[in-house]
Design a binder for this molecule. Structure first.
Ligand code: UDP
Ligand code: MG
Length: 326
């Protein structure tokens, strides 16, 4: 077991303006927890002085670590870097802009330890400080993702969450290039709980999530968890094929009545038939591509949570529920 109990991962992209406020609030909170910790700040290829400011802060705050990415790689990639470099028994990820209140970390750690959980999600109970646009696009996103990935995905849970070392180790071996942690973590099926908090206003600076990045996240989410877009070709093919059968009858009737230019019917039928067949074949190819994709993603098909042979007495279910009732 490492000697660090808690790692706090903070991805940052052009966040120089918010760092002083973040340090001022995060440091006393973490010092007050009474456990050893490290703060893993990940500078996601910022163009401003984020890295320099962090480095300066590190002189007086030895627990502050700085990991720098060579270029801007996106929020989820920065999170990946932070998770990979973290050393704590527990790892919390939190935004740099103080929209997620650091004081909630104490609640998360307590909830996880008291209830024997591996994951604790921060749930935004109130988003009134977000813009109308952000609230509604986020609402639609969570609705869609719960339909696609399953109801295990908590609504309104962003990237403010606590993970146990075991979860981080499972995530670390997944070779996904574009992980979307808010969906990937629930899909692993670890025992999880929630802590709700009120989303605050960004403490300084501007949002680093323009529409372009929001759309990219939504597309990664859909493509990582569903082959539905690939199946589109199959469905279009089936529709085209059925329509083609109807049109074939029409073409033959017109031909029998002798009111068409010679050659039209055969050409018309050949084009219809072939386009339907082509789309169906594309869809079939898509099915196999989807399976190859799943294999390459290499997600565990199952995760063993309990094994009576290897279990410690504290893990035996009856004892655990008795402890939970205390
Ligand atoms: N972020 C990042 N790389 C990016 C974009 C954002 O590391 O390319 C970080 C950003 O610094 C912040 C977190 O991701 O710590 C969430 O971004 P932001 O608060 O701007 O998003 P919003 O709250 O507006 O959705
Ligand atoms: Mg924010």
């Amino acid at each position: 077991m490492s000697s660090i109990v808690l790692s706090v991962v903070v991805p940052m992209y052009n966040e120089e303006a918010v760092i002083p406020a973040l340090v001022e609030r995060l440091r006393p909170t973490l010092d007050g927890l009474g456990v050893s910790y490290e703060v893993v700040t990940v500078d996601d290829g910022s163009a401003d002085r984020t890295a320099q400011v962090l480095f300066e802060q590190g002189r007086t705050w030895p627990e502050l670590r700085l990991v720098r990415l060579r270029q801007n790689s996106g929020h989820q990639a920065a999170l990946t870097a932070g998770l990979h470099r973290s050393r704590g028994d527990w790892v919390v990820s939190i935004d740099a802009d103080l929209q997620d209140p650091p004081e909630t970390i104490a609640d998360m750690l307590r909830t996880a330890r008291d209830q024997g959980l591996d994951v604790v999600y921060g749930i935004r109970s109130d988003r009134s400080t977000d813009t109308f646009f952000k609230r509604h696009t986020a609402g639609a996103y969570y609705k869609l993702m719960r339909r696609m990935v399953g109801a295990d995905v908590p609504a309104q849970a962003g990237d403010f969450r606590l993970l146990s070392r075991e979860v981080v180790d499972v995530l670390r071996v997944l070779p996904e290039r574009t992980p979307v942690y808010r969906l990937l973590v629930p899909s692993l099926g670890f025992a999880s709980g929630t802590v709700s908090y009120v989303r605050e206003k960004r403490a300084a600076g501007e949002t680093k999530y323009p529409l372009r990045k929001m759309v990219a996240l939504a597309w990664d989410s859909a493509a990582n968890f569903s082959a539905a877009p690939l199946r589109l070709a199959t469905w279009l093919g089936i529709v085209a094929f059925v329509a083609c059968l109807g049109l074939m009858v029409f073409g033959l009737v017109v031909w029998a009545n002798g009111t068409v230019i010679p050659g039209w019917t055969s050409l018309f039928l050949a084009v219809l038939l072939l386009s339907g067949v082509q789309l169906i074949c594309l869809g079939l190819l898509g099915e196999y591509v989807a399976r190859i994709y799943q294999t390459v993603q290499n997600r565990p098909a199952f995760h063993i949570g309990f094994d009576s042979v290897a279990a410690t007495p504290a893990e035996i279910p009856q004892q655990r529920s008795a402890a939970g009732a205390l």
